[in-house]
Design a protein around this ligand. Structure first.
Ligand code: ADP
Ligand code: MG
Ligand code: ZN
Length: 501
């Protein structure tokens, strides 16, 4: 199929109103799976975390993971949802090799949490409220590895390998109501939603929310309707978009692709689509099944879930400070502007700075290290700030050494370089690289006298009252001591020693 000609984005949003629907799957970080006692650790040897239940062997019986239900309820509460007082799991019947039971145990028409909302703050400071239709519990599938093809997808592969370690890991699917009225900002809103949801889930400590490892996955539904119309168009569902940036790109691409189809007089096909990170385009997946295809029926092997009011109340009392409240508090405490706060949140530096402050550093210095020098280092290495091999406590220690006059800013950067290079903690690096500020007068006087002897003309000037001339000598001493001298003390000594002769 040849790639459709795309329409200019400005024209797309002039002619059409986009409607979005975001489905986010989040893997819970419970110790065990949803319906059995198998561990859920990521990255284990294939098929080592399986048992008769998650492999769907005959005669095995599932048991509901209580902790997972608790997490689901806390997520629902944090999203301002109503918690269902009673609900059953359902069997969603289909065959796929990564699903050994031949059905997925899910919640269908009796989800645990319904009808909530999440407020997002966009970059310009405006707030968009996204309606939450439902959050329901289900189990993850196994993983297929398609070998031998060029793309890693099933098409063109020679054979496939299956790993059932993930089969049965607790999942929560969070589904938005249709998001309308966002116009040209639809891609930005999609990204902001997934970002806000990720931050919320992280604050709840229910998942490690690693999009790169698949513990947070987003499917983006997009449709277009003629500008001003209120009748939704046909949607496509772009699956498993696995980074925040991809969410934004995928929505934008789908909008332009669908506009091109519609403007050429065609119709949008309801289907799942696959997002290609490399090209930033989507390609057709499968035609969308309808609910009837799945022959849902209530799971007969599991008792209904009926969380008591007391339990829900108790879970409610465990909700942490919400990320937006948290940001507001930090902003006030640190005296930041909206922009400063946003920059540091976008840089992924908020938690790191807080941890550095918690380790004893003043917030201004902590902030300055993480958003400038360390951000540059992360950037050069092409990694996230929190992946840099330095701990907030190390940064706090460096800040402390500077404050104590034991390191200059320049030396401090060398110490940080040493820590990043794996040479140990700040004190070890100072020791091994010999980076301490030289402030003991004995060593400094020798260096000062040497510099004075080398520049008699400058000495004359200083004696004649041109105190600024001392700068040249200070510079020479700093150079001779490789920047390790205490510049203030050097200056004092230069004036004293020059006057002496
Ligand atoms: P499915 O079973 O097809 O995944 P879901 O109900 O789980 O359906 O999710 C569909 C998502 O798409 C929801 O977020 C819903 O609000 C959204 N949606 C429904 N109709 C449209 C539409 N016409 N355009 C865009 N999004 C839509
Ligand atoms: Mg769905
Ligand atoms: Zn198991």
């Amino acid at each position: 199929m040849s790639a459709p000609t795309l329409v200019d984005y400005d024209e797309v949003v002039e002619r059409f109103d986009p409607v979005l629907g975001l489905e986010v799957h989040v893997e819970l970080s419970t110790n065990t799976k949803m319906f059995c006692g198998c561990p859920t650790d990521f990255g284990a040897e294939p098929n080592t975390q399986v048992c008769p239940t998650c492999l769907g062997l005959p005669g095995s019986l599932p048991v509901i993971n209580h902790a997972a239900v608790g997490s689901a309820i806390r997520i629902g509460l944090a999203l301002n949802c109503t918690i269902a007082p009673w609900g059953r799991f359902a069997r969603k019947n289909y065959f796929y090799p990564d699903m050994p039971k031949n059905f997925q145990t899910s919640q269908y028409d009796e989800p645990i949490a319904v009808n909530g909302y999440l407020d997002l703050e966009l970059d310009d400071g405006s707030v968009v409220r996204v309606g939450i239709e439902r959050a329901h519990m289900e189990e993850d599938t196994g993983k297929s590895l398609h070998v031998g093809g060029a793309t890693g997808r099933i098409h063109g592969a020679e054979y496939s390998l299956l790993d059932y370690n993930r089969a049965g890991v607790p999942l929560i699917e969070i589904v938005t109501k249709p998001i309308t009225g966002t116009g040209a900002r639809a891609p930005e809103v999609a990204r902001a939603y997934v970002t806000a949801l990720r931050d919320l889930l992280r604050a709840l400590d229910v998942s490690d929310v690693r999009m790169d490892q698949g513990s947070l996955r987003c499917d983006a539904n997009v449709s277009l309707m003629p500008r001003g119309s209120s009748e939704f168009g046909t949607r496509t569902e772009t699956k498993n978009v696995n980074s925040l940036r991809s969410v934004e790109r995928a929505v934008r691409y789908e909008m332009t692709r669908q506009a091109a189809v519609l403007l050429a007089g065609g119709t949008v096909v309801q289907e799942t689509r696959h997002f290609d990170e490399a090209t930033g385009t989507t390609s057709p997946g499968r035609r969308k099944e309808t609910a009837e295809d799945y022959r849902y029926f209530p799971e007969p092997d599991l008792a209904p879930i009926a969380p008591s009011d007391e339990w829900v109340e108790q879970l409610h009392s465990t909700l942490p400070e919400m990320p937006w409240e948290h940001r507001k508090r930090v902003k006030a405490e640190w005296g930041l502007s909206d922009e400063e706060l946003r920059d540091l949140v976008n840089a992924g530096a908020l938690e790191l700075i807080e941890a550095t402050v918690a380790a004893g550093a003043p917030s201004s210095e902590a902030r300055s290290w993480w958003v400038s020098y360390l951000a540059q280092q992360a950037n050069t290495r092409g990694i996230a700030l929190d992946a840099l091999p330095i701990r907030p406590a190390d940064v706090a220690r460096v800040i402390e050494l500077v404050a104590a006059g034991e390191l200059t800013n320049k030396l401090a950067r060398q110490v940080v370089d040493g820590v990043l290079a794996g040479e140990g903690g700040p004190d070890e690096v100072v020791e091994q690289r010999g980076l301490k500020v030289v402030s003991d007068d004995g060593a400094l006087i020798a260096a000062v006298d040497e510099a004075l002897a080398a520049q008699p003309d400058v000495v004359e000037k200083i004696r004649g009252g041109k105190v600024q001339a001392a700068g040249a000598i200070v510079g020479a001493v700093m150079k001779a001591t490789k920047g390790q001298a205490d510049a203030k003390r050097v200056r004092e000594l230069v004036l004293q020693r020059a006057a002496r002769e």
